[in-house]
Structures are given as C-alpha cells and as structure tokens.
Design a protein around this ligand. Structure first.
Ligand code: RIB
Length: 308
C-alpha cells in the first residue's frame, strides 16, 4: 500500500441555492445532488483515482448510507478491510452551494466519532507498510494523535490537514507531523497569529517549522498555495480555471499532493500538480464526483486554457 488514510467519510447532500434562507423562511433550491464525501474519504478517493494504492481506516454507521459508502471505496480500488461498522448514523454533510460557487457545510459526524485509538492500533502492521499516513480532523482528536504517534513509531511520514479548524488541536502534536497542510484560517486558529497577508502567513508558518514541523503548506484559496519547509519555500498562484462548485477542492489538493509524494516527487512538483488538480475539481459539480482520474486530468492539463 502507498497511503493510509485514517479519517472520515460522509454522505454529501448538496443543495444548489440562489441564497440562504432567513430564519423561519422556506425557499426553493433549483437543484440537488447526493454523493460520497467526508474529508478523509475525499482525499483517499482523489489519490486512488490518480493511481495510488490506498488503505482506508474509517467507520460507517448501520444505516442506509453505509453499504453505499463501502461500495464507493471499493469501486475506487480502495482497501476497505478496516472500514468498520458502528451502531447509529453514518456521517452526513448537508452542503449549500451558491451561484458564485461558494459553499457552506454542516457536518454530522455520526459513526466517525467512534473511530478510536484502538482502531488505529488494530491496523498498525498494515500502516507500517505504507509510505504516508494522511489525517484530518473529522474523527476524535485522540485518534488523530494515536495515528501521529503510530507514524513516528513505525517510521511512516504523517500528513495532517487540520480541517475543520479546531481550537483544541495540540500544538505539540502538530509539530510531530512531517507535512502540516492548513488553510490560512486554520493556521491562524492554531498559532493565534494573523494570516491576512502573505508575509503574515509566512511568519505564522515559520513558527511551526521552527518548532519541528519540516513542511508547512498553506492553502490560500484565490491566492494560491504557500510552502515553507526546511528544504525551501514556494508561493504558487491559483491555477486558472472557471469554478462552478468549490466543495472538496482542498481534499482534491491533498489527495493529489499525497499521490505525488508517495511517487517520490519533490515537494514543489507535488504542489504544482495538486494546485492544478484542485483547480480541475472546481470546474465540476460535487465533491468526489468532481475528481478526475489520471487520464482525464492529463487530458485537461494538455488542453490550452482557452480551449477549456
Ligand atoms: O471538504 C469537503 C467535505 O467536507 C465534504 O465532502 C463534506 O462531507 C465535509 O466533510
């Protein structure tokens, strides 16, 4: 296996709205789409579609969504041996996408809350064979910490995407990660420092690099992506694309970046690919539905911007 994703899965219930309702108001939305989501699952699927071998460690409920989620992992070639079942609801995410392609997301973690440090211990031997562990924050923090510790114990690099932002995330745990990939808001939440300008982002990232995290990668939305590492730094502009739905673009970025890392690509090269892959994802509706496979992505890259 190339990548172990220890994280969440959700069912995305996406309403395409013209505006958010006021309190007590009922409004009609012109369109709806249901699909597989969850930050962990999204990152796993993006990496798998690009050709990585992915092991998923996650929990589904015992409801009508569970079997579909497992089937979806399997359809994407992901190892589901450690996708476990737990009583109650699966994770669900009502999502609202406005005409400007911006999204608002509510997550109901459901079974994801039951993914435990013991579940991480149970998969230690398989994880030790992987080349990268990928984590997010839609499972309990103690489970995230157990996975970071496992990575260090068995010598497998750890990538942590601290999304959604948590004020409880332990700074000391973050500095144990080989790759820390927040957006600018998540970086501000963790460090307590401003991240409004690129200079401020750089200064906040430097704090974490100085404390031991060798690679800080900050996704900056329309301003692109910034990497500060012990081996160098890079600021990439946003890759040009016309967005229709930005939901899951950050997960597309991390899935693609992880795929390139485990192929042995240097960080700048992996970042360039991930920046473009995330841009490709926003040109289509949905979360996982918008993730290209390797062939589709190569074709899109080969087209000139004017042809798209
Ligand atoms: O990052 C996008 C994801 O956030 C969605 O798929 C939703 O399920 C939430 O986890």
């Amino acid at each position: 296996m190339d990548i172990a994703v220890i994280g969440s899965n959700m069912v995305d219930l996406i309403s395409y709205i013209t505006r958010m309702p006021q309190e007590g108001e009922t409004i009609e939305a012109p369109d709806f789409s249901m699909g597989c989501g969850g930050k962990g699952a999204n990152q796993a699927v993006a990496a798998a579609r690009l050709g990585s071998q992915v092991l998923m460690v996650s929990r589904v409920g015992d409801d009508m969504f569970a079997a579909n989620t497992v089937r979806n992992f399997e359809a994407n070639g992901i190892d589901t041996t450690h996708v476990l079942s737990t009583p109650g609801t699966s994770g669900v995410a009502p999502i609202f996408v406005d005409p400007d392609s911006h999204n608002s997301i509510i997550i109901v973690k459901g079974a994801n809350n039951a993914l435990s440090p013991a579940d991480v211990d149970a998969v230690a031997d398989e994880v030790a064979q992987c080349r990268l562990i990928v984590l997010q924050l839609e499972i309990p923090l103690e489970t995230v910490y157990a996975a970071i510790d496992l990575g260090r114990r068995v010598g497998v690099p750890v990538l942590l995407n601290p999304a959604p932002a948590s004020t409880e995330l332990d700074f000391a745990q973050v500095t144990k990660c080989d790759y820390f990939v927040p957006n600018e808001t998540e970086l501000a939440t963790l460090t307590g420092l401003p991240t409004g300008s690129i200079e401020e982002v750089r200064a906040a990232a430097q704090v974490l690099v100085d404390r031991g995290c060798p690679n800080l990668i900050v996704t900056l939305g329309k301003r692109g992506v910034f990497w500060l590492g012990t081996e160098g730094e890079l600021l990439l502009d946003e890759y040009p694309a016309t967005p229709v739905d930005t939901t899951g673009a950050g997960d597309a970025f991390i899935g693609c970046f992880s795929h390139h890392l485990v192929q042995g690509d240097p960080v700048p090269e992996a970042l360039r690919a991930a920046n473009a892959y995330a841009a490709n994802s926003v040109t289509k509706r949905g979360t996982q539905k918008s993730y290209a496979d390797a062939e589709e992505f190569a074709h899109w890259l080969a087209q000139g911007e004017s042809e798209r």
